[in-house]
Design a protein around this ligand. Sequence first.
Ligand code: NAD
Length: 485
Amino acid sequence: MQMTLKGDYFNGRFHQSSNAQEKILKRGPADLTQVLWEAGVYYDHIEPVIESAQKGFATWRKTSFEERIAFLKKYQEAVRARKDEISMALALEVGKPLWEAKTEAAALDSKVTVTITDSLERIKRETIKEVMPKIDGHTVYKPLGPCFVIGPFNFPCHLANGQILAALLAGNSVIFKPSEKTIYSAQLMMECFHAAGFPEGVINFINGTGHTAGKLTGDQRIRGVFFTGSKGVGQRIVENTYKDLSKLVALELGGKNSTIIHHDTNISHALPELLRACFLTSGQRCTSTSMILVHKKIEQEFISQFKAVTERIRVGHPTSQPDPFMGPLIDEHAEKLYFDFCNFGKQEGAEEIVSPRKLDVGFQGYYVSPSIHYAKKPNLEGKFIQEEIFGPNCFFVPYEDIEEAIHIANCTQYGLAASVYTRDADIYNLCLRDIDAGLINLNRSTVGATARLPFGGVKNSGNHHPAAVSMIDHCVSTVASLETL
Ligand code: NAD
């Protein structure tokens, strides 16, 4: 697949120049012999991008909901027409198997319908009215202004898409900066916005790394920052924006997610769910399960069955080999972190049940095997328990009492997703009440979020501003004296 980059998008068209301040060379994680693209980063595009978004906002804020919906539907048609191309780009850039990349491309389409339905329903449901004799008081939703959406590498299109659509529908203009690791897939999505014919400046696109992102988040003209990425970068964004008191900063950050396997678990149901939770996208999901708290009564049986299915996982080239379950990791840094992390596990007393290995699948890429550890008495303050790994590792910790399991699940600095497998409704309700996480599933994988329920973490997993919802959270009140009309 030929991946030609077109530069940054503002004032309704792509712009490229010869004076790039930074260059980024992308080799495919699945086949390092292939250079996928080389991108230029233009600092002198930052100002025109912001100006473009301001101009776009001035026009867009005056449009009606119905007009905005019509543009979103045109975008939906464009996405539908290019879904195969987008899937292939996602597979080659991120390394996720093609079958999985197709689900991300399909979600771009379905998210349009979901966003429209949800926003309309929510506005209707949550408009506050206060009617007194001769006085009508109610709330009105208003856009924030130019918003900046920053994306991570693992879902280059889907996550930003959800935030962009909600922002546009609410009347904001948008600047989108994708991860510097996945520019081409994001560009395809931008081409779909272009095809929809939005007025100039309503949607904008800029490439770059921390420098570009930092300039934009810190700019006072940007009224909302919608960030999905790591805790460390989230902290930098807060440091860069805290003086601007009314800027909306929505952070969706990392996780260190637990799954509880209670003694009454239906094992044959739990095994494939847990396999997906731990190893889908090679563990590079914010909701991936890291820690598996398993009841002592069934630990031996459960671990041996889970080990057996893990060892059968197919790892392979995302597009050229038949349906692998896992593709490669995103880059060399991620591969190093994976092996380093497994070593921390050993240093902190965890036993290796399935060791991590570098794999030769016939292509030169970042292919690794999934790994499993067992920590009888984990160091709850250690790196192994506290840090997000973002690779295909999980570890078992045995427990006797459900309160003990919940306590260990809550020991990490994160609070994104958790699952509990049990047939006992009281155990589920206890977990629902006491686990500190934004998503708590019953007999379902931690990567099993739904399209419509709010999604966002607690503790260091984010500031609980599920993006799609917060975009329309900005409302003002009006009190009208009816006698004067
Ligand atoms: P990352 O934090 O390294 O990068 C994310 C984005 O931030 C990139 O676009 C990057 O260019 C940008 N960035 C870098 N420096 C910046 C700065 N100073 N200011 C503003 N932006 C800056 O994350 P990643 O490696 O791309 O993605 C993996 C992380 O994302 C994991 O921690 C994962 O858990 C998290 N994630 C969270 C969710 C969620 O919904 N909670 C979803 C997906 C991924």
